[in-house]
Design a binder for this molecule. Structure first.
Ligand code: HEC
Ligand code: HEC
Ligand code: HEC
Ligand code: HEC
Ligand code: HEC
Ligand code: HEC
Length: 310
C-alpha cells in the first residue's frame, strides 16, 4: 500500500512536470485547456482555406501569418531571421535558426525549402551526397520539424520526424528569450532523422577510408568534444581557443552545453532555417549542391578555422 501511494505521488509529480513543459512552448503551441480558444487561431470547422481545416492555404503559409516579416502574431520573424521590434530589449537580435529570406540583413544564399516542393533529403539512407525520398514521399514543410500543437522537445521540435523518434532537450534557459542557443547534446538527432548518413560519430572517421567507403568516403566526426578526446588535440591539429567563448578572428560557433567538453553538433556548423553566408573560390561548389552555401554559418570555410586555426 505504501508502495502504491509512493507510485501515485511520483506519477502526480511527473504529470505536473509534463504540464510545466507543455506550457513552456509559448504562444498558441500547446499547453491547451479543455476549453481553449487556440484551435480557432489556426483551424475553422466549416470555412477553412486549406487542407487540415487550416485558415491559410497550407501549413507553411499559416506559420508565416504569425512568423513572417512584420507579422503581429509573434516576435519571432523567421523570414528576416530577427526578433521583431515588439520583442523589447532583444529587438533586432538575429534568430538562432537563421532566416528563410534574410539573415544578418542580407538575402539568404541557402535555406531548407519549406514550400512543399522538396521531397528528397541527402543522406536519407542512400549514402552521403545522395538524395532519397522522405518517409511516405512526404514533402518538407515547417511541420516536418515542428509540432504546432506543442512538444516536450526544444522549440516544439516534433517527437517523430521522418518516422524516427526524437528527443532533444532544452538546457539552461529559464524564461524563453530566443537570443542564444539553448540546445544540448543530441541536438544532431533532429538532423539525423532525415540525413542519417551524415551522422558519423566514431573517433578517427576522418581517416577511416575502408570503413566508410560504402556511405560516401571518410567523414568529419560529429558529437565529440570541440577539441577532440582527451590528449588528442595536438595530434588532430587544434587551436587552443574555445570556439564558442573565444572563437577566432571575431567569429564563434555554438556548442551543445554539457558543462565540460562541450560537444560539436550539426548546428555547430549549420543553421537549421537558412543562411546568408557567401561561398567563393574553392568553397563555391559544395558537395552535391553546386553554387549553394549549404546552410553553413560562416563565409567560405570560416567554420573550419574557428576550431583548427591553421
Ligand atoms: C498554431 C496553429 C495551430 C493551432 C493553434 C492548432 N493547430 Fe491543429 N494543426 C495545425 C497545422 C499546421 C496542422 C497540419 C500539420 C501538418 O501539416 O502536418 C494541424 C493539424 C491538426 C490535426 C490533424 C492531425 C495532425 O495532428 O496533424 C488536428 C486533428 C488538429 N490540428 C487539431 C487541433 C486542435 C483540436 C487544436 C486546438 C486544441 C489545434 N489543432 C490547434 C496548426 C494548429
Ligand atoms: C496565431 C499566431 C501563430 C501561428 C499561426 C504560429 N505561431 Fe508559432 N508562435 C506564436 C507565438 C505567439 C509564439 C511565442 C513567441 C512570441 O511570443 O512571439 C510562437 C512560438 C513558436 C516557436 C518557439 C516555441 C518555443 O518552444 O519557444 C516555434 C518553433 C514556432 N512558434 C513555430 C511555428 C510553426 C512551425 C508554425 C506553423 C505550423 C507556427 N509557429 C504558427 C504564434 C504563432
Ligand atoms: C529542418 C528542420 C526545420 C524546419 C523545416 C523548420 N525549422 Fe524552425 N527551427 C528548427 C530548429 C532546429 C530550431 C532551433 C534553432 C536554435 O535554437 O538553434 C528552430 C527554431 C524555430 C523558431 C524559434 C526562433 C529561432 O530561430 O530560434 C521558430 C519561430 C521556428 N523555428 C519557426 C519555423 C517556421 C515558421 C518554419 C517554416 C517556414 C520552420 N521553423 C521550419 C528546425 C526547423
Ligand atoms: C524532415 C526532414 C529534414 C530534417 C529534419 C532536416 N533536413 Fe536538411 N534537408 C531536407 C530536405 C528534403 C532537403 C533538400 C531540399 C532543400 O534544400 O531544402 C534538405 C537539405 C539540406 C541541406 C542542403 C541545403 C541546400 O539547399 O543547400 C543541408 C546542408 C541540410 N539539409 C542540413 C540539415 C541540418 C543541419 C539539419 C538539422 C538542423 C537538417 N538538415 C534537418 C530534409 C530535412
Ligand atoms: C567545432 C570544432 C571543429 C570544427 C568547426 C571543425 N573541426 Fe575538424 N576536427 C575537430 C575535432 C575535435 C577533430 C577530431 C575528430 C576525431 O576525434 O576523430 C577534427 C578532425 C579533423 C580532421 C582529421 C580527421 C582524421 O580523422 O584524421 C580534419 C582533416 C579536419 N578536422 C578538418 C576540418 C575541416 C576541413 C573543417 C571545416 C569543414 C573542420 N575540420 C571543422 C574539430 C572541428
Ligand atoms: C564541422 C562542420 C560541420 C558539421 C559539424 C556538420 N557539417 Fe554538414 N557540411 C559541412 C560543410 C563544410 C559542407 C559542404 C560540403 C562538404 O565540404 O562536404 C556540408 C554539407 C552538408 C550537406 C549538403 C550536402 C553535401 O554533401 O554537400 C548536408 C545535407 C549536411 N552537411 C548535413 C549535415 C548533418 C546532418 C550534420 C550533423 C550530423 C552535419 N552536416 C554536420 C560542415 C559541417
Amino acid at each position: 500500500m505504501r508502495k502504491l501511494i509512493l507510485i501515485t505521488m511520483i506519477a502526480m509529480v511527473l504529470a505536473f512536470a509534463l504540464v510545466g513543459v507543455a506550457s513552456a512552448n509559448g504562444g498558441p503551441h500547446g499547453g491547451y485547456t479543455a476549453t481553449t480558444d487556440a484551435c480557432a487561431g489556426c483551424h475553422r470547422a466549416h470555412t477553412a482555406s486549406g487542407a487540415k481545416l487550416l485558415v491559410a492555404a497550407d501549413t507553411t503559409a499559416l506559420c508565416f501569418t504569425c512568423h513572417g516579416s512584420n507579422a503581429t502574431g509573434s516576435v519571432l520573424n523567421v523570414t528576416d531571421g530577427v526578433l521583431e521590434a515588439t520583442a523589447g530589449s532583444n529587438a533586432g537580435t538575429a534568430l538562432n535558426g537563421g532566416g528563410f529570406g534574410f539573415y544578418n540583413g542580407s538575402a539568404t544564399t541557402s535555406s531548407h525549402d519549406t514550400s512543399g516542393a522538396a521531397t528528397d533529403a541527402w543522406g536519407n539512407g542512400g549514402g552521403r551526397g545522395v538524395a532519397s525520398a522522405l518517409a511516405g514521399g512526404a514533402s518538407l514543410t515547417c511541420a516536418s520539424c515542428h509540432d504546432p500543437h506543442g512538444s516536450s522537445n526544444y522549440r516544439i521540435l516534433k517527437t517523430t520526424v521522418n518516422n524516427t523518434t526524437i528527443a532533444v532537450a532544452q538546457v539552461d534557459e529559464g524564461a524563453q528569450t530566443y537570443d542564444s542557443e539553448q540546445w544540448g547534446t543530441g541536438q544532431s538527432n533532429i538532423c539525423a532523422a532525415c540525413h542519417n548518413d551524415y551522422h558519423i560519430t566514431a573517433a578517427g572517421s576522418g581517416s577511416d577510408v575502408a570503413g566508410l567507403a560504402a556511405t560516401g568516403g571518410t567523414a568529419h566526426r560529429i558529437g565529440m568534444p570541440w577539441n577532440g578526446d582527451a590528449g588528442t588535440a595536438a595530434y588532430i591539429g587544434m587551436g587552443t581557443a574555445n570556439p564558442e567563448t573565444s572563437g577566432f578572428g571575431g567569429y564563434t560557433l555554438p556548442l551543445a552545453e554539457t558543462g565540460t567538453n562541450d560537444t560539436v553538433e550539426c548546428q555547430t556548423c549549420h543553421l537549421p532555417h537558412g543562411t546568408s553566408s557567401a561561398m567563393t573560390g574553392f568553397a563555391a561548389s559544395n558537395g552535391s549542391v553546386a553554387g549553394d552555401s549549404v546552410l553553413l554559418r560562416l563565409n567560405n570555410r570560416g567554420v573550419c578555422e574557428v576550431c583548427h586555426q591553421k
